[in-house]
Design a protein around this ligand. Structure first.
Ligand SMILES: *Cc1c(COP(=O)(O)O)cnc(C)c1O
Length: 383
């Protein structure tokens, strides 16, 4: 295979050169344990704190409200389970949505087995939560609301500020999985009344295996990882220093470049959506316009299996997804597309393309042309 065109940035990204450069000294020279008292240990500690500063200023919280984790899966688990167990004396009801990432959904299903009650809010045809429905689902036992900021499959950006306001007025803790929103949407946890926020490094050109949870000061949260005194006693285990440094750098770069990059990606994704919708029987999944993540394109093609499209595009060196990366192999239709009201058939005829840093206008036009050819070919064979 010659050149690869990667259009699955929501699954993961490459590491930017500047990020890797920042990490290298902590993989080779400065190997000290951040908990040690001597200078190379201190050097690691300072690097971690500087990364924490980058992340806190990106989301407008205090530095000591940011806790590093092994990724967003851990952050989501910690936020939901850690909060539920620490606050079960106040109530046993959690509200989330049908379109969450599996890290939230399977954590909630686990808590149901543990005796908690969970409401999975439906969404409308574009993936938005209805705020009146949210209010109606709140009971005197509700302790936590968890709603994804920007959806990883269909790109829907929720009305997070209004949701935060509702939770704040009702004195309910609000968590949001912001993995896909970070770097693409300005996030302000104070202004949006967000109490906990999950982030991941490898979706924003940082290394895999590191993420963070923002926890508002004063919030009661049980530990998930018991161990040493790292992360102010909240999350044991020797820190993944180099990766934390890389994550911090990736966040810094993404904040500096967000405005221009989002504009560029919006232009490209809108162009792509427009072109693909010209194919007969094509339909868009998720919202149009500004409430959609700038890098997300999700479309279905009637009479064609998404999996067939993915397979045939791969033969042309084009990487796209027939669902989220975590479910793409399951052959089950996407729970997110089903929640939009799509039939199983139409859900299975959809693909997700997510573009990023290396995507060019030429790539976009080429991939659209290839999709057009493949869709027509598959339809001809099936007739
Ligand atoms: C990728 C992703 C996760 C999981 O993040 P990891 O760091 O890979 O564990 C969680 N939520 C969303 C929305 C994601 O896109």
């Amino acid at each position: 295979m010659s050149k690869i065109i990667y259009m699955d940035y929501a699954a993961t990204t490459f590491i930017k050169d500047e990020v890797l450069e920042e990490m290298m000294p902590y993989l080779k020279g400065f190997f000290g344990n951040p908990s040690s008292q001597y200078s190379i240990g201190l050097r690691s500690k300072m690097a971690i704190e500087s990364s924490r500063d980058n992340i806190s200023s990106a989301i407008n919280c205090k530095s000591d409200e940011v806790f590093f984790t092994s990724g967003a899966t851990e952050a989501d688990n910690w936020a939901i389970k850690g909060f539920a167990y620490a606050n079960k004396n106040k109530g046993d009801h959690i509200i989330t949505t049908k379109i969450e990432h599996e890290a939230i959904l399977s954590t909630c299903r686990y808590l149901e087995e543990e005796g908690f009650k969970v409401t999975y809010l439906p969404v409308d045809g574009e993936g938005f939560v209805n705020l009146d429905q949210l209010i109606d689902s709140i009971t005197k036992d509700t302790i936590l609301v968890s709603i994804i900021y920007g959806n990883n499959e269909i790109g829907t950006i929720q009305n997070i500020k209004e949701i935060g306001k509702i939770c704040n007025e009702k004195n309910i803790t609000f968590h949001s999985d912001a993995v896909q929103a970070l770097g693409k949407v300005p996030i302000d946890v104070k202004d949006s009344n967000i109490d906990m926020l999950s982030m991941s490094s490898h979706k924003i050109y940082g290394p895999k295996g590191v993420g963070a949870l923002y926890v508002k000061k004063g919030l009661k949260l049980h530990n998930i990882l018991h161990g040493g005194g790292q992360e102010r006693g909240k999350r044991g285990g020797t820190e993944n220093v180099a990766s934390i440094v890389g994550f911090g750098k990736a966040v810094e770069i993404s904040m500096n470049t967000m405005k221009d990059e989002v504009e560029r990606l919006s232009f490209l994704s809108n162009r792509m959506i427009e072109k693909l919708l010209e194919i007969e029987g094509a339909f868009l999944n998720g919202p149009e316009g500004e409430h959609r993540l700038a890098n997300n394109i999700n479309l279905g093609f009637r009479g064609v299996y998404g999996e067939d499209l993915v397979f045939n595009l791969d033969r042309e060196g084009i990487c796209v997804s027939s669902g989220s990366a975590c479910q793409a192999t399951s052959m089950e239709p996407s729970h997110v597309l089903l929640a939009l009201g799509l039939s199983r058939e139409l859900s299975k005829s959809s693909i997700r393309l997510t573009i990023g840093e290396n995507t060019t206008e030429e790539n976009v036009d080429y991939v659209c042309e290839q999709i057009n050819n493949i869709v027509n070919r598959i339809r001809t064979v099936r007739k």
